[in-house]
Design a binder for this molecule. Structure first.
Ligand code: EPU
Length: 424
């Protein structure tokens, strides 16, 4: 068990390098099951969830090896099982996306009930209903789902909810299915777009993946691939908020502005002072400078291109520093406002109206407190709060943060923050 101790009040200053996106790389590692050739992924974050998915892949026979700090080689040639280790699968929601690739390779998959952050109802029936349209028979027991097909055959699949992982599961089953699959009400997050970029390099035929209508023409075989993972939008957002709320001057290196539209739209509405500089192809740096006048805002967390639910919690810390009343409307999860109780312990003025709606009134001086991280994004939020609070903030259960943020305290220390990890 470890804790973060933060002495707040430091203005952040300097440059921060963003890691590869967790919610892309986990699916890319799963996608290597679709080939028997070597795959090399670059810009892979050294986070707990990546460690876990590598172990899951090894549990079915793959070999993984770090070629350098962030370059991972996966050899899927010896995969010989369609039953990933249930104890590992239960640790992480993203492991559900192994279903599509395992079905494509073995026509069978056995997936234990996937775990992950506790943020509200996260059913998987959508995944199984969608795969059933491709000819998959599903038997659900208390502890696992048993999936079988004689042959994956393309079909039209209309999702009930724009689920990221359900879209990815169908996509990865469909690339090796017979004929055409059309996914409608598909999720279109940039992380899915980057996964399709990788699958295309492997030989897959995918169309329309920047929209909510994705078409896939099945092919017989996929090749190995070398692919660089896109930068993590949520990590970018987190450091940007740290820059704005501490009144610092920071440069967030190598971001893809096109993926940040609604995020920078909300920063702009709040009166934040930022600009994209040093353009290199699709990449730019994001410069955050002290703001003169801030304004209240409203965010609606929705599927892409709407405001990402994964930045809903971090935005609440910015809201505590905005004048008047700002509003959060979380449409995706019904349990993702619990962290607000921890912010209240730091003197934030918060009115939780229901499971989806909250109002935050500011600007408020936050005070250091002993608080608990309930999930990955909530944990990052509490760090942001600690950075601007007076006195000392102590955050426990920080393993939740290590699941998705690479070297967070080291990156913040480099920007001048007083944050230390201690063993308890
Ligand atoms: N849903 C259904 N039926 C289903 C599946 C989902 O109604 O069968 C609904 C859920 O209730 C929810 C919405 O669809 O309202 C999306 O939920 P889901 O749990 O399916 O999301 P996900 O695809 O598993 C991914 C990210 C999440 C991110 C969401 C939304 C991964 C591994 N996870 O989850 O990331 O919040 O999309 O963008 O890609 C995180 O990184 O901290 C995280 C939680």
């Amino acid at each position: 068990m470890q804790k973060f101790i933060i002495n707040g009040g430091k203005k952040l200053k300097g440059e921060v390098k963003i890691s590869g996106a967790k919610n892309a790389v986990l699916k890319m590692i799963a996608a290597t099951v679709l080939t028997d050739k070597i795959c090399i992924l670059d810009n892979v974050p050294r986070i707990k969830d990546v460690e876990t998915i590598c172990k899951i892949l090894e549990s079915v026979g793959a070999k993984t090896r770090w070629l350098s700090e962030n370059k991972l080689e996966i050899d899927p040639s010896k995969i010989n099982s369609y039953k990933p280790d249930p104890d590992l699968v239960e640790k992480m929601r993203a492991s559900v996306v192994l279903a599509g690739p395992l079905l494509a390779r073995f026509r069978n998959a056995e997936i234990a009930e996937p775990g992950g952050c506790v943020i509200g109802a996260r059913p998987v029936y959508e995944h199984w209903k969608a795969l059933n349209k491709l000819g998959v028979n599903v038997i659900q027991t208390e502890s696992k789902s048993i999936l079988k097909t004689k042959k994956l055959i393309g079909n039209k699949v209309i999702l009930d909810a724009m689920s990221v992982t359900a879209t990815e599961n169908v996509l990865m089953a469909a690339v090796l299915a017979e004929g055409k699959t059309s996914i409608r009400v598909a999720a279109a997050e940039p992380e899915i777009q980057d996964l399709t970029k990788m699958l295309r390099k492997m030989g897959a035929k995918i169309f329309g993946d920047t929209t909510h209508a994705i078409d896939i023409i099945g092919v017989k075989k996929l090749n190995g691939v070398a692919h660089k993972v896109l930068p993590d939008r949520y990590e970018i957002g987190t450091y940007a908020i740290a820059g704005i709320t501490t009144g610092g001057t920071i440069t967030i290196k190598d971001v893809i502005p096109d993926h940040l539209d609604i995020i920078v739209n909300r920063f702009e509405a709040a009166g934040a002072n930022f600009k994209f500089i040093n353009h290199k192809g699709e990449y730019s740096d994001l410069l955050i400078e002290p703001s003169k006048k801030l304004h209240p805002i409203k965010i609606d967390a929705r599927p892409y291109p709407g405001f990402p639910t994964d930045l809903q919690a971090p935005m609440s810390v910015l809201m505590t520093q905005l004048p008047k009343t700002s509003k959060i409307f979380e449409t995706i999860y019904d349990g993702r406002l619990k962290y607000l109780d921890e912010l209240k312990k730091m003197s934030a003025k918060i009115n939780v109206i229901d499971n989806h709606t909250a109002e935050i009134t500011g600007p408020t001086k936050l005070h250091g407190a002993k608080i608990t991280s309930f999930d990955l994004r909530a944990g990052a939020t509490l760090i942001l709060a600690g950075l601007i609070a007076d006195g000392t903030t102590e955050i426990d259960n920080i393993e939740t943060i290590d699941r998705g943020y690479e070297k967070i305290e080291q990156k913040l220390q480099k920007l001048g923050a007083d944050i230390t990890r201690i063993n308890c």
